[in-house]
Write a protein that binds this ligand. Structure first.
Ligand SMILES: C[S@@+](CC[C@H](N)C(=O)[O-])C[C@H]1O[C@@H](n2cnc3c(N)ncnc32)[C@H](O)[C@@H]1O
Length: 256
């Protein structure tokens, strides 16, 4: 059957989670959607630099053509004048604009992202920017395995059992959210975006008596990967811990 004329095709932007890094952790659905899409795009800091999500896709299927869409590296924090927010918004708008020629031609564009596209992903910001330009654009997502799941498996850590609860915190700007989660000793905690605050995270867990059993995974499935008990990390570490670091803290009372 021949493909429908462009006017009849509905543009689609699909966020495809490709897992944390190991190409074996990309799902069958993700690969199918990437293979069926008209165009696969991956975030990159520069046109000549392969991003991490792109590297996962290339290792999973070397025959897939992946196009880069450049995002300026602007931290999600902002200065007093709000300049960080503005620069990030501009970066996302620029990326969305770069996709418009394909979307306006009715293409199905698949955007690859680490982990899951609905959790702390650039994809949500890209969608907001794209919808500002094309309000009726059809959006879909394909779930992906997240770093904390990969870390729990590698460290043989049961994260939750029975009626235990989990809090996922981001520690980009410090450990305030972690401290709040630690107020409940029964709660399992996952810390994302905490690479540069790892010493403070370790101290907070020690103060709360939760260091035992805590594990850290850095660059899971990617070059430079490290997995181990949090207590061992500073000793074995060379250089600063990557932004791509995850800490898993099982519930405090288990086994006592
Ligand atoms: C911008 S968030 C992306 C989260 C992603 N969408 C997910 O579902 O896992 C980045 C954070 O995810 C975690 N992360 C993602 N990939 C990772 C990896 N390969 N190794 C360790 N942590 C990772 C880290 O905590 C990192 O700071």
């Amino acid at each position: 059957m021949s493909s429908p004329p462009i006017e009849a095709r509905q543009a689609r932007l699909t966020g495809v989670g490709v897992g944390p890094g190991d190409p074996e952790l990309i799902t069958a659905r993700a690969l199918r959607v990437l293979r069926q899409a008209d165009r696969v795009v991956a975030p990159a800091v520069a046109a000549d630099t392969e991003g991490r999500a792109e590297s996962v896709v290339r290792r999973a299927d070397p025959d897939l053509a992946v196009h880069r869409v450049v995002f300026a590296m602007v931290p999600p924090t902002h200065d007093g004048a709000g300049n960080g927010h503005t620069a990030r918004a501009q970066s996302h708008r620029g990326a969305a604009q770069a996709l418009l020629p394909y979307l306006d031609a009715g293409e199905h564009v698949a955007f690859v992202t680490l982990g899951d596209p609905n959790v702390y992903s650039t994809f949500s910001s890209l969608v907001a920017a794209a919808r500002a330009l094309r309000p009726t654009l059809r959006i879909e997502t394909v779930p992906g395995i997240m770093a904390f799941q990969d870390l729990a498996a590698r460290a043989a850590t049961v994260l939750l059992d029975g009626t235990e609860e989990l809090t996922l915190v981001a520690a980009l700007d410090g450990i305030a959210a972690l401290e709040r989660a630690l107020a409940d000793p029964e709660r399992a905690i996952v810390v994302y975006k905490g690479g540069k605050h790892l010493p403070a995270i370790t101290s907070a867990l020690a103060r709360a008596g939760r260091l035992e059993g805590a594990v850290m995974g850095e660059l899971l499935g990617l070059p430079g990967e490290r997995v181990g008990r949090l207590t061992d990390v500073p000793a074995s570490g060379e250089g600063p811990v990557s932004y791509l670091a995850t800490v898993v803290v099982p519930p405090g009372s288990r086994g006592r």
